[in-house]
Design a protein around this ligand. Structure first.
Ligand code: NAP
Length: 252
């Protein structure tokens, strides 16, 4: 059997789990690529490359140099640039591409969501009916909120922003999911939060805050997902494994 080399574009729990399963498959080399933003990432089995490829050309070269036979884009739903680059590079390198993406969260009947398409819209949404905000959007995109001097922010992310944008009133909390509903409820109550700002990441690790918000009747300003290239897409690890096996041994 010809040995296949699968390149997984990672940075998510799904990518780690997929690498774990594929690494146990016969005749399959697994490479996981990480952007290299997290100081202490959870590393999957198999070969790891970190720090980006240097754009589309770099990714095309990497695919050729490492005899990559298939590409799986398992990046976070908001890693839109990498998603676009993966689509274009797979096309140019003539390798099959699969998108593994967790389903988006959907609004439930008792939810008080304001869905927005960018952070400017979120800032406008916070100008009314918000005073104490849980900002749970990671640490890279905080700047648009720092000008809202009259609001108080609890900023939660895995690592501390460096530098921290100049918020007038804020507290920082370092935390990595998964979070429980009980802990999220306690946190929201302890800080008298009235509004949560977050991305529609989907998945279970950070969904508890939405359940807590629903139960407490809090408002959620939710960033919608950006567009991705149109390609074959699955939501489950086992579907991605089936795909990887299928493209390794295409029907003749
Ligand atoms: P992005 O804006 O889509 O990508 C920016 C650049 O980072 C890309 O052009 C690429 O650099 C590099 N990059 C991104 N993902 C990569 C990967 N898996 N392997 C190698 N290079 C990668 O990405 P982002 O939103 O900054 O996210 C960075 C990483 O964090 C991703 O791996 C993503 O899965 C993870 N993540 C993102 C979020 C989020 O909310 N955005 C949340 C959780 C985890 P080159 O052009 O040099 O190749």
């Amino acid at each position: 059997m010809t040995k296949a080399t699968i390149l997984i574009l990672g940075g998510t729990q799904e990518a780690r789990e997929l690498a774990q399963v594929l690494a146990g498959q016969p005749a399959m080399n697994v490479i996981t690529s990480l952007a290299g933003r997290t100081a202490v990432p959870h590393l999957p089995p198999g070969r790891i490359v970190q720090g980006g490829f240097g754009g589309i050309d770099g990714l095309v070269d990497f695919i050729a140099d490492n005899h990559v036979t298939a590409l799986i884009d398992a990046t976070h739903p908001f890693a839109a640039r990498m998603g676009m680059q993966a689509g274009l590079a797979a096309d140019r390198a003539q390798v099959p591409l699969l998108r593994l993406e967790r389903p988006a969260w959907t609004r439930q009947p008792d939810d008080r969501w304001d869905e927005v398409d960018d952070w400017d819209q979120a800032v406008i949404a916070l100008k009314t009916n918000a005073q104490r905000i849980l900002l749970a959007i990671g640490r890279q995109e905080l700047a648009p909120f720092a000008g809202l001097d009259h609001l108080w922010f609890l900023i939660r992310s895995v690592e501390r922003p460096d530098p921290m944008p100049p918020f007038s009133q804020c507290e920082f909390l370092a935390a990595r999911g998964p979070f429980s509903v009980a802990d999220e409820t306690a946190l929201l109550r302890a800080h008298a939060i009235d509004t949560i700002v977050c991305k529609n990441s989907g998945g279970t690790a950070s969904a508890a805050k939405l359940v807590a918000a629903r139960e407490l009747g809090l408002r959620v300003v939710m960033l919608r997902r950006p567009a991705r290239p149109v390609t074959e897409t699955v939501t489950q690890i086992d579907q991605a494994v089936v795909w990887a096996i299928r493209v390794r041994s295409p029907a003749r």
